[in-house]
Design a protein around this ligand. Structure first.
Ligand code: ZN
Length: 266
C-alpha cells in the first residue's frame, strides 16, 4: 500500500471574538482577542476523515439562532468561505468523500456543521454524548443533538454513530489515533496523526487552547474539571516532546505560522 495519499489539511472555518471579560481572553494589553476556529481533513487510503466540522453556517446570517445568550461574551465570525463544505470544495472534496467524522467534542464551534455529512460515520466519546443530554448543558450543543438517543442512532440527519470509551487507533495502522483528553468537557478527545514526511502531528483541540496553556498549565474558566484537565495537559505535554508539530485548539499566535488548506502536511 502506498501511503502517499495520507495528507493533513488545516481548514479555516472562522473565528471567535472574545469579550475582554472572558478569562480565555485575558491578555496583558486587555485589547481585542480573536481566536481561530479550525477543522481538519485527513486523507487516508482506507477512507477520508474529517476531524470536527466548525460552526453552523447559520452563524453567517443568524448567529443569535445558533449561539443565543452566549453572544453576550463571544462574537462568532464566519464568512461563506469558512463554510465547511466550501473549505472542502476548494480542495476537491464533497460530503460524500468523507467516510468518517471524528468529533473532538460537541461544542458549537466544533460540531456545528454535522448535518452536512449524512452518509459519514460519526465517532465520538460515549460520555460526551451522554453529557450532551441533560438540560443545563444543552445551550452549548447543536440542534441535532437535542433529540439524540443513546441507541446508537442520532436524530436525523446524522445516522451513523460510533461511541467509544477511551483511545482508538482508527485504522489500526497508527496513522490516526484518537486520544481521550477530558477536562474541558467530560468526553473531549484529541488526535495524533502520523504522516510520512512530517512525522507525528498532535491536534490538541480544546484540551489545550494555546501554547501558553500547555507551557504553564493554565486552566481557563469554563473548564469542566480542573484536575482532569491538568492530567490531559500532562499527557499532551509528553506527546508534544516527540511530535513534529503540535497544533493548539484556538491559538491566534500560532495560527499564521501553520500551513492552511489548500496547502497541506504529508
Ligand atoms: Zn473550541
Amino acid at each position: 500500500m502506498t501511503d502517499s495519499s495520507t495528507r493533513l489539511y488545516v481548514l479555516d472555518v472562522g473565528s471567535i471574538l472574545l469579550d475582554p471579560s472572558c478569562t480565555m481572553a485575558a491578555r496583558a494589553d486587555g485589547g481585542e482577542y480573536r481566536i481561530p476556529v479550525s477543522a481538519f481533513l485527513i486523507t487516508h487510503p482506507a477512507g477520508n476523515v474529517l476531524f470536527d466540522t466548525g460552526m453552523d453556517p447559520l452563524t453567517i446570517t443568524e448567529p443569535e439562532v445558533i449561539w443565543g445568550p452566549v453572544m453576550d461574551q463571544i462574537t462568532p465570525e464566519m464568512e461563506e468561505g469558512n463554510h465547511i463544505l466550501k473549505q472542502l470544495e476548494v480542495i476537491g472534496f464533497s460530503p460524500d468523500d468523507i467516510r468518517y467524522v471524528i468529533l473532538s467534542h460537541l461544542h458549537s464551534d466544533h460540531a456545528g456543521a454535522i448535518r452536512f455529512f449524512p452518509r459519514a460515520e460519526f465517532i465520538l466519546q460515549r460520555i460526551e454524548l451522554e453529557t450532551a443530554m441533560p438540560d443545563p448543558v444543552r445551550l452549548f450543543y447543536p440542534e441535532p443533538y437535542r433529540g439524540a438517543r443513546m441507541d446508537g442512532t442520532l436524530a436525523d440527519p446524522v445516522r451513523s454513530v460510533r461511541l467509544i470509551d477511551g483511545d482508538l487507533d482508527l485504522f489500526g495502522d497508527g496513522r490516526i489515533r484518537m486520544l481521550s483528553t477530558p477536562g474541558h468537557v467530560p468526553g473531549h478527545q484529541s488526535l495524533l496523526v502520523h504522516l510520512d514526511q512530517t512525522g507525528d502531528v498532535l491536534l490538541t483541540v480544546d484540551a489545550c487552547n494555546d501554547r501558553g496553556q500547555l507551557d504553564n498549565t493554565v486552566i481557563p474558566d469554563g473548564t469542566w474539571k480542573a484536575e482532569v484537565s491538568r492530567s490531559s495537559l500532562a499527557l499532551l505535554r509528553s506527546l508534544r516532546e516527540t511530535a513534529a508539530l503540535t497544533i493548539y485548539g484556538h491559538d491566534p499566535e500560532q495560527w499564521p505560522n501553520i500551513r492552511h488548506s489548500p496547502t497541506f502536511y504529508e
